[in-house]
Design a protein around this ligand. Structure first.
Ligand SMILES: [Zn+2]
Ligand SMILES: [Zn+2]
Length: 252
């Protein structure tokens, strides 16, 4: 299994770190986890042909995870893609995304290829005999749930486990706390978001040294602030966190 980090940025992105986007290649399957707002540029930067992507999974409907979807689908059309694509959307917001894409003139009757929008819920999706995805519903920005309710929406977020013949890759996507995903981290190669959990939580997890741990969704302060590093070293005995870079490839 090969995971190419296309975008390791947080909600803020720049030319060094694009928004959330990861290309997973496992067996004959080739799919994106997330399609953040600058995903098309991220694909171009890593020399990935958008037409080669078979499926897209959106972990949650925040711009840094889904904002690039219309542009990527439009680019596929411009490139003359013929193969159909499946796009999985958090189930409570599937109707919204369908309407959203219609507003960009992304109609199946107009596009050069068929787009199937499918609901993403917790549970397993079998891609082939040897590749299975397990989506795990997680909490994310729960403190805004009242505002969401008042706006008439019910946002949901997912982490994902990718399994291929005994290999296990875990992507947390955005969380509130690391507690609810710890059980998946122990025996996986994991890519954990480093923006929403506290530094203490992140450091404690890194200090456990279980599984193979990489951090992504990197906030600026984690990259730049020497005080954080000092704290990591003094309080947790950790010299550095494995912060991934755009373009980095993880191989299992
Ligand atoms: Zn995010
Ligand atoms: Zn988010």
């Amino acid at each position: 299994m090969k995971i190419t980090v296309l975008g390791s940025g947080s909600a803020y992105s720049d030319s060094h770190r694009f928004n959330s986007c990861y290309l997973v290649e496992a067996s004959d399957d080739r799919f994106l986890l997330d399609c953040g707002s600058d995903a098309l540029r991220a694909l171009q930067n890593a020399d990935v042909d958008p037409s080669s992507i078979q499926k897209i999974f959106i972990t949650h409907m925040h711009a840094d995870h889904c904002g690039g979807l219309p542009a990527v689908l439009t680019a596929m059309h411009v490139l003359g893609r013929k193969e159909p694509i499946e796009v999985y959307i958090p189930f409570t917001q599937l109707d919204f995304v369908s309407l959203w894409l219609d507003n960009f003139f992304i109609f199946n009757d107009r596009m050069s290829f068929k787009i199937s929008l499918l609901p993403l819920a917790g549970g397993e999706i079998k891609l082939s005999d040897c590749v299975r995805l397990e989506f795990v519903q997680t909490n994310h920005l729960v403190k805004y749930m009242e505002l969401s309710k008042a706006a008439g929406i019910n946002p949901v977020s997912f982490s994902v486990v990718v399994r291929e013949e005994g290999k296990k890759f875990f992507f947390s996507s955005d969380l509130d706390s690391l507690d609810e995903v710890k059980s998946h981290i122990r025996d996986s190669v994991s890519l954990i978001e480093a923006t929403h959990p506290s530094l203490d939580e992140i450091a404690a997890l890194a200090g456990e040294r279980s599984g193979v741990l990489y951090f992504t969704h990197i906030p600026m302060e984690l990259e730049n602030d020497g005080e954080w590093r000092k704290k990591l070293s003094l309080e947790f005995g950790i010299q550095k966190l494995n912060l991934v870079q755009d373009g980095q490839v993880l191989t299992l």
